[in-house]
Design a protein around this ligand. Structure first.
Ligand SMILES: Cc1cc2nc3c(=O)[nH]c(=O)nc-3n(C[C@H](O)[C@H](O)[C@H](O)COP(=O)(O)OP(=O)(O)OC[C@H]3O[C@@H](n4cnc5c(N)ncnc54)[C@H](O)[C@@H]3O)c2cc1C
Ligand code: SF4
Length: 505
């Protein structure tokens, strides 16, 4: 059953065997696995519950439902915009469905540096096999590649750069192009469609519009949680919800989980909790083409350029180039300039192709709780990461010109307009300065990194917290470093892994 906390008589006191906080990729997978193993499970979700038929394909209506802070979450200095999901299904409701496994070289480095005794290579492989079957991962058929993605393919072919088609977790996709505002056609094999029904039919319950505030713990063991029911429109606190639980699993994402742990004073002698956030920051460049590109139509991302993504090497390049999806309101917020300049650029909207360079980042960022309900984020890439972003910008501009762009725009405060034949080499070392260029990130992770040694890490590689009994973690927080690839598949895998350990006791 799914209940709405705002409709309950408040204050509300509940009791369960397993309490899961957050219903995204990690949370609903843990809930499904635990409930199917016979564990009485309750999930708390800060956002609401929407069915596909309620996803209206309108940015202004969907962003407040599907995104934290209606899509306006940023670092405290506003240098980086961080898009994260809310609602039953979490960030899997609006994500772009790309699926990849973490390269074995990255996993081997983790084993070497942090042990991860519960995750030997054969365990990872088995988890990925199971998850790929669960969310039905397949290669995106070529007939679903839109012009936008084919331009990236053309650019790679002309430059002789490495690239290829991508895999996704969709079935029955109509290519409507509305993925980022939720799929009205229920074509995404995400946590809402795949894990939620199984969790519910195994007896799990979900309480929506209920934000967890603090873990209740004493004597070195967790006892439950205090939470509040929140009005979805005004964000006003309506009353208190207290849940007593034998076990608690935090799956509130790499930002939410770290903030909860810190707000609750959960011990961590390693000091890592909330201090090692990675986000895969990204920059964009836009190409103006004579032809109609109509980038909003079709499956948003089906082709990748991996010429500068050398994840198999410890010190290789770390920039991944993809087409960037572009709805009108989102585009208008990214397009530089005001008044007539802005309007002139927006009038070219059907002709624009936008490529993004996202990096496998090394810079540690910080998550802190902000009062009872908020959190604050500090993150700005260091010099080495900024150099990869500049390289990614240069690569994006080269690819756009190779694909036939008649000008390329770099959206710095005063936009840089490049013409065919211009020297582009300076872009490789262009300073990435706060306030001068916007960075966007959609993959928060690594804020509560797993490791075998309790002195050096807060949580074990089975998801069990090292310093508070009966506390578990299952979301993107667990990765010891950035992963350089889309994270959802690996977070679903962590949900299965932790859920199976939880079920064993
Ligand atoms: C625009 C966009 C596109 C993306 N595209 C891809 C892609 O193509 N492929 C890919 O692999 N990944 C993609 N991602 C990322 C991917 O969706 C996330 O990495 C993944 O869903 C994170 O899983 P999670 O379980 O850590 O957190 P989430 O899925 O974000 O779930 C966390 C949930 O916890 C809830 N919550 C937080 N705090 C509390 C609290 N205190 N109390 C109660 N509930 C709380 C939130 O409301 C949310 O529902 C994309 C993300 C975005 C934003
Ligand atoms: S492109 Fe496919 S998955 Fe995305 S919203 Fe449209 S039908 Fe759904």
């Amino acid at each position: 059953m799914i209940f709405d906390a705002t409709k309950a008589t408040l204050p509300l006191k509940l009791e369960t065997d397993l309490l899961v906080v957050g219903s995204g990729a990690g949370g609903l997978t843990v809930a499904m696995t635990a409930a199917e193993a016979g564990i009485r499970t309750l999930v708390l979700e800060g956002g609401g519950f929407l069915t596909p038929s309620e996803m209206t394909q309108r940015e202004e209506q969907m962003f407040p439902h599907l995104f934290q802070d209606s899509g306006s979450r940023t670092t405290v200095d506003r240098g980086v915009k961080l898009h994260q999901g809310r609602g039953v299904g979490g960030s899997t409701l609006h994500n772009l469905n790309l699926c990849k496994r973490i390269p074995s070289e990255i996993r081997a480095r983790w084993t070497q540096q942090r042990g991860l005794s519960s995750l030997p290579p054969e365990r990872w492989d088995a988890l990925y096999d199971e998850v790929e079957k669960l969310v039905r991962v397949s290669t995106v058929p070529r007939q679903l590649w839109n012009r936008h993605n084919r331009l990236l393919e053309d650019g790679c072919a002309k430059l002789g750069w490495k690239g290829g088609g991508l895999s996704h977790n969709r079935s029955g996709c109509l290519g409507s192009g509305f993925c980022e505002v939720g799929c009205s056609y229920n074509a995404k094999n995400n946590a809402l469609k795949v894990m939620l029904p199984r969790a519910i039919s195994a007896g799990a319950e979900v309480l929506t519009h209920c934000v967890a505030v603090r873990l209740l713990h004493e004597g070195g063991a967790v006892r439950g949680i205090t939470a509040v029911a929140i009005d979805p429109v005004t964000r006003r606190v309506l009353g208190e919800v207290t849940v007593t639980a034998k076990r608690v699993c935090l799956s509130a994402s790499a930002t939410g989980t770290a903030a909860l742990l810190l707000r609750s004073g959960v011990p961590d002698p390693s000091g890592e909790t909330g201090q090692t956030l990675r986000v895969h920051p990204a920059v964009i460049a836009a190409g103006d083409f004579d032809e109609d590109v109509r980038a909003w139509e079709g499956v948003p991302q089906t082709y990748e350029c991996t010429e500068f993504l050398q994840l198999d090497q410890e010190h290789g390049h770390r920039a991944w180039v993809l087409p960037a999806f572009a709805h009108p309101v989102g585009t208008a917020t990214m397009v530089p300039g005001h008044g007539a300049t802005h309007r002139a650029l927006m009038e070219r909207y059907p002709h624009l192709a936008v490529f993004t360079a996202m990096i496998h980042d090394l810079t540690p960022g910080e998550v802190r709780p902000d009062g009872d309900l908020g959190l604050s984020l500090r993150y700005w890439p260091d010099a080495a990461d900024r150099a990869e972003l500049s390289l990614g910008l240069w690569a994006s501009a080269k690819l756009l010109f190779a694909a036939g762009a008649r000008r390329v725009l770099v959206p710095t405060r005063s936009p840089k307009v490049l013409l065919p034949g211009d020297d582009l080499e300076w872009l490789k070392t262009m300073p990435i300065e706060k306030g001068e260029i916007d960075l966007v990130a959609v993959h928060p992770m690594s804020s509560v990194p797993m490791g075998d040694d309790p002195k050096r890490s807060p949580v074990g590689s089975d998801g069990r917290h090292h310093h508070l009994q009966n506390l578990w973690i299952a979301d993107g927080s667990l990765f010891p470093t950035s992963i350089g690839i889309p994270p959802q598949l690996s977070i679903y895998a962590m949900g299965l892994h932790v859920g199976q350990h939880l079920a064993r006791g």
